[in-house]
Design a binder for this molecule. Structure first.
Ligand SMILES: Nc1nc2c(ncn2[C@@H]2O[C@H](COP(=O)(O)OP(=O)(O)OP(=O)(O)O)[C@@H](O)[C@H]2O)c(=O)[nH]1
Ligand SMILES: [Mg+2]
Length: 575
């Protein structure tokens, strides 16, 4: 099911199909196919950062192998299917179905030579997967070169292969007919959930580099990237200044500090305890667990405190529950989760197992992650997918070798972007330019642009949550005028291009608030019907040229075209 922007891009692709060479057409067909799939979200991060654990929590089922086993070294795509099944996809395109393990998950070991395996595909009847395809990746930064290269290939981080290089996908895969460069252009994830533990460390540099390029032809930015500070239960709160010895406060402080380092590359950093979320969300927490924890809540508090100082103390010291049971609790909740459950049980001895599970979920911080995922990814899936598809189209054009064909594709993209309804795509592009540092702006202006691009609600976009309608109108007009002046007089050429996009976003918002929206159905965009190039100046051509035509950096140094000829701006400066 496509949103209006994706539909517009799909229409453009369909119109171009008969006008391009067979080679480019194969790529365009793949872009069209991908536009029809749910948002492709990669979960990436360092080895053992808890990626698979979070994937399980998200899907609501313990299906991704965690901890050890060869399957943790494979990329696994979790997508919606009406019948649960797991397929091994080989490098030559062959597929084989493998049975689920007895616990209902992907078997830790497949019993086949991994050298020939491209990745795993798991089809599950999970509600979440109907809207998002979740891609679990092996840890980057591991010593296992093969799994790193699998992840990098998926994320599109690896060096662009040579033009004549053949890709790893097999003959019956739709992408396999593409050359390697085209595959790079259309493959990869569209959004990324980046999993950190503790601080961003010096040896994360490689991973961060991967992160910035985590989506195929598009860079990751606040529009399509979110970070998680995972395993916050392992933080020693006494080591975090200002935390007052509280783990959750320490987690918030560390997440804020991390966000300051990572913004605007990511929309936010959310602190979570993935393990608690997985246990609470996948049905792994049982009434028997609650009963065991209740038994622990009745032992001497001093003895319990001593037990929970370390894992081996917990399993070895004398206690009313046996060792295997304690190991299970440790595996499912770890020491912090056990202590948290006992704290709740002491305060509310009559609490039910179901309510205890809910409290553990609360303690995991997972609700906030789900909410942010909804805001950052699901609500914007249409824009993210449409932008990624446009980026792929531009990359295919750049790879075409035929000047006329390249121009045809670029013209089609330009025409699409000139429509007011498609302006959102330009704004997303501007956000990406800022987040990657291709264009820099003063901090307050960056914040303002992020705000305008981050929401579809006028009061949030304008930062005036309590303002009335007329006040919002006036503010939109005032900001449109300000950004136009800045674009013309106060900015560097690169800033100027972004500023025109922001000006136009405010201008369209103002028109929208006035109630006269100059739009036709988006589906018409691509057919080339009634296309009116209203903003046919270079300044508004930021999306295509900036991202793809020019070598990195050269666009930022190019000259701005100055005025936006034909711009219908009739704000205060002309009145
Ligand atoms: N204490 C604690 N342990 C966690 C948490 N999340 C995951 N773990 C544990 O960390 C270990 C690694 O978790 P995985 O989910 O396999 O990590 P991964 O990032 O997928 O690992 P690779 O795929 O091998 O790179 C497992 O033993 C998990 O139980 C957490 O929030 N807290
Ligand atoms: Mg894993």
């Amino acid at each position: 099911m496509q949103g209006p922007l994706s539909q517009a891009v799909a229409g453009m692709c369909a119109a171009l199909l008969p006008q391009v060479s067979p080679r480019t057409a194969t790529g365009v067909a793949e872009v069209l196919r991908r536009l029809d799939t749910p948002l492709q979200l990669a979960v990436a991060g360092r080895i053992k950062s808890g990626k698979s654990t979070l994937v399980n929590a998200l899907i609501g089922r313990r299906v991704a192998p965690t901890d050890v086993g060869e399957c943790t070294r494979l990329v696994t795509r979790f997508q919606y299917g009406t019948v649960d099944r797991i397929e091994v996809v080989f490098g030559d395109g062959r597929r084989a179905t493998v049975p689920f393990a007895t616990d209902g998950g992907i078997p830790a070991d497949l019993g086949i030579d991994l050298a020939g395996v491209s990745h795993l595909e798991a089809y599950l009847t999970s509600a979440l997967l109907a809207g998002i395809t979740v891609i679990d990746t092996p840890g980057l930064g591991s010593l296992d070169a093969a799994s790193v290269s699998r992840t990098e290939a998926l994320l599109g981080v690896a060096e662009r292969p040579a033009d004549d290089g053949r890709a790893a996908l097999g003959a019956d895969h739709p992408i396999s007919a593409l050359d390697a460069v085209s595959q790079f252009a259309v493959g990869g994830a569209e959004a990324v959930l980046y999993v950190f533990t503790q601080g961003v460390r010096a040896d994360d540099t490689r991973v961060l580099a991967a992160f910035t390029a985590a989506t195929a032809a598009r860079d990751a930015g606040p529009v399509n990237a979110l970070a998680v500070l995972n395993k916050v239960d392992t933080i020693v709160p006494e080591t975090v200044q200002g935390a007052g010895g509280d783990v959750r406060e320490a987690a918030r402080i560390l997440a804020r500090a991390q966000a300051a380092v990572l913004r605007p590359r990511v929309a936010d950093v959310v602190p979570v305890i993935g393990l608690l979320a997985e246990t609470a969300e996948t049905g792994a927490f049982t009434a028997a667990d609650a009963a065991d924890l209740r038994a622990l809540s009745n032992i001497d508090p001093a003895l319990f405190a001593a037990m929970t100082m370390a894992g081996d103390l917990f399993t070895e010291m004398a206690a009313p529950i046996d060792r295997p049971t304690r190991l299970r609790l440790l595996q499912n909740l770890d020491l912090y989760g056990i202590a948290e459950a006992v704290r709740v049980l002491r305060a509310e001895p009559g609490i039910s197992a179901g309510e205890l599970r809910r409290r553990l979920l609360d303690a995991s911080g997972f609700a906030e992650l789900r909410q942010r995922l909804g805001e950052v990814f699901r609500a914007r899936a249409d824009g993210i997918k449409a932008s990624a598809a446009l980026a792929s189209m531009a990359a295919l054009a750049a790879n075409s070798g035929d000047w006329a064909e390249r121009k045809r594709v670029h013209d089609a993209i330009e025409v699409l972007l000139q429509r007011p309804e498609a302006h959102q795509l330009r704004l997303l592009e501007a956000l990406t330019l800022l987040s990657t540092g291709t264009v820099t702006m003063p901090d307050d202006l960056t914040t303002e642009i992020l705000r305008v691009g981050a929401s579809a609600r006028p009061e949030d976009q304008l930062g005036l949550p309590t303002a009335g309608h007329l006040q919002l109108q006036a503010a939109a007009l005032e900001r449109a005028g300000w950004w136009r002046s800045f674009a013309s007089f106060g900015a560097t050429p690169a800033q100027s291009r972004v500023a025109y996009v922001v000006h136009r976003a405010y201008f369209l918002l103002w028109q929208d608030l006035k109630g006269d929206v100059p739009s036709g159905p988006l589906g018409e965009l691509a057919k080339g019907i009634g296309l009116r190039p209203e903003f046919g100046d270079q300044a508004s051509g930021i999306g295509v040229r900036r991202a793809f035509d020019l070598p990195p950096g050269s666009a930022a140094n190019g000259s701005a075209s100055g005025r936006a000829a034909g711009d219908r701006w009739d704000g205060p400066t002309r009145r």
